[in-house]
Ligand binder design. Structure first.
Ligand code: GLC
Ligand code: CA
Length: 546
């Protein structure tokens, strides 16, 4: 059974008004090693997720995106795939995945898997074989190039994880491309056989009933055919591009990537029900992002917006991104917003500086903007990053760069279900694969018991979205607001006003009633025109009928 996140394939039976989960719903990212451990080995697993579906159903989640579930030597924690059509033994078996998909479907929850098409593990049989000689049948599955005359790498491309993106393979005398770790060789997407092999991977999982894919570094898969040097960054570039020093113009972001995305969209659309494609489109300007939605919705359904992710939690900065999206998004395409993930960190820490009031405002924003919100497991608790010792980091980026600020372990720690030993995540005597944060300060059980908690705020905002179409499909319009505040209208009957500053502010709003406030004491308050908002307080207003 497949949970339809999309309308059915046949047009005659797709009611235009039907709720479409990937547009109207709330999606939830799970890092499988850290959600729930069913067998006491300290590692979260698929049976563990199955055992926690009650929580997700109660919260009102429509679909899950699971970080990589496929066999992997875990050099990059699953993003180095050794077999695309199986399950990592740490996480369970194919039967366990089938059982999870079926149990989630019974609750109306779809399951999206992580697809990693840019690179494989060097342990994948394709690469093992490709490295065996220049004439190996799978040689051309990867990007090989001869050294420069001086013996150096073929061009100036840099790995996202530091250093050159080229690794010399001494036995065959050529370099192979690795945009991430040397043990993550990039696939050659100019090769028609690679495309055909991935068609089969998509079909394999769709036949097992998964609702779609989140596609890893989906802007990166095709490289410049001539392997031209990347140009230097310029002062107009996003700070993260300037930090790298290069614009990844030839090593990724090539126009031909759209051919591959259209091909996958064709496969997804041919399923019944249709499946959904969400892309990790790591581009840092909106003009580069929009083409990933395709022409007339023929590429990604949702293209993650990293300009938004990396903006400060600041009214002016975020409003500018959202207004840009509203202006530039093609046709009927749909925005997607997120504040946390397994790479960027958790919104409670990176956006809110561990101030719960600010996290509440951020969550209200995510759940009321026009676009699909993705929550990262623990966001519903305002779970902070856990300050772990970078010296013992498991994240290869922290180890390779020696940069403690790049340690992604801090946002991948186990979900705190209770404050008991093992945190309800694993057994009392098991050692979790990454350490817990402060279990007593933040856990699901305590917040479930407290109607004023962040967990209840998130639950109530999701319930409100489900109840009122204005909060899902309604239009967005910015309302004038004082500096530090951001206010907007959704459809006919709703307005949102967020004080994102540390000072008390006066905001003009339409008359009505506060449906939900981040400061729950203000729920139900009547508002007439002007509203005083304390520092870091947000409200959703149900506008009074004319
Ligand atoms: C994506 C993933 C990240 C991974 C990288 C290489 O950015 O989100 O976790 O390390 O791709 O696969
Ligand atoms: Ca386990």
């Amino acid at each position: 059974m497949v949970t339809p996140l999309s309308s059915p394939r046949c047009v005659s039976c797709s009611a235009m008004t039907a709720r479409t989960a990937w547009r109207d719903g709330v999606l939830y990212q799970i890092y499988p090693r850290s959600f729930a451990d069913s067998n006491g080995d300290g590692i979260g697993d698929l049976r563990g997720i199955l055992g926690r579906l009650d929580h997700l159903e109660w919260l009102g989640i429509d679909a899950l995106w699971l970080n990589p579930t496929m066999p992997s030597p875990n050099d990059d924690w699953g993003y180095d795939v050794a077999d695309y059509c199986a399950v990592h033994p740490d996480l369970g078996t194919l039967d366990d995945l089938d059982a999870l998909v079926a149990a989630a479907a019974e609750r109306g929850i779809g399951v999206l898997l992580d697809l990693v098409p840019n690179h494989t593990s060097d342990q994948h049989e394709w690469f093992v074989e490709a490295a065996s000689g220049r004439d190996a049948p799978h040689r051309d599955f990867y990007v090989w190039a001869d050294p420069r005359p001086d013996g150096g790498p073929p061009n100036n491309w840099l790995s996202n994880f530091g250093g050159s993106a080229w690794q010399l393979h001494e036995p065959t005398g050529q370099f192979y491309l690795n945009n991430f770790l040397p043990s993550q060789p990039d696939l050659n997407w100019w090769n028609e056989d690679v495309r055909a092999a991935f068609d089969e991977v998509l079909e394999f999982w769709f036949a097992r009933g998964i609702a779609g894919f989140r596609i890893d570094v989906c802007h990166a898969i095709i490289k410049d055919r001539e392997l031209r040097d990347d140009p230097a960054a310029t002062p107009e570039d996003h700070p993260l591009i300037r930090e790298r020093g290069h614009k990844q113009m030839f090593s990724m972001n090539r126009p031909e990537v759209h051919d591959v995305l259209r091909r996958w969209r064709g496969i997804a659309d041919a399923q019944d029900p249709r499946r959904v494609l969400v892309g990790e489109t790591y581009v840092l300007d909106l003009d580069s992002l929009m083409p990933y939605y395709g022409q007339g919705e023929d590429e990604l359904h949702l293209a993650f917006n990293f300009l938004f992710v990396h903006a400060e939690l600041d009214a002016e900065a975020l409003r500018a991104v959202v207004e840009g999206v509203e202006q530039k998004l093609p046709g009927a395409s749909w925005p997607v917003y997120t504040g946390s993930n397994h790479d960027a960190g958790r919104l409670m820490t990176r956006w809110a500086g561990d101030d719960e009031r600010r996290a509440r405002v951020a969550l209200m924003m995510l759940l009321t903007l026009r676009g699909t919100p993705f929550l990262y497991y623990g966001d519903e608790l305002a779970l902070p990053d856990v300050p772990l010792d970078p010296a013992t980091a498991l994240d290869p980026v922290a180890r390779r760069t020696g940069d403690a600020s790049r340690n992604r372990d801090v946002c991948r720690t186990p979900m705190p279900w209770t404050d008991e030993p093992g945190g309800g995540f694993t057994t009392a005597d098991a050692k979790p694969w990454l350490a817990f944060g402060d279990l007593a300060a933040c856990n699901v059980a305590a917040q479930r018991a407290d109607p004023g908690s962040v967990l209840h705020l998130v639950h109530d905002l999701i319930a409100l979205r489900r109840e009122h179409a204005d909060l899902t499909s309604g239009s967005y319009a910015t309302l004038p607001a004082a500096a530090g505040a951001w206010a907007w209208r959704r459809g006919e009957r709703f307005a949102v006003a967020l004080n994102m500053s540390g000072a008390e502010l006066e905001v003009d709003v339409p008359a009505g009633r506060i449906a939900v406030a981040t400061d729950r004491a203000r729920d139900g308050e009547c508002v007439a025109g002007s509203l005083r908002l304390g520092p870091y307080v947000g409200v959703v207003i149900e506008i009074a009928p004319e």
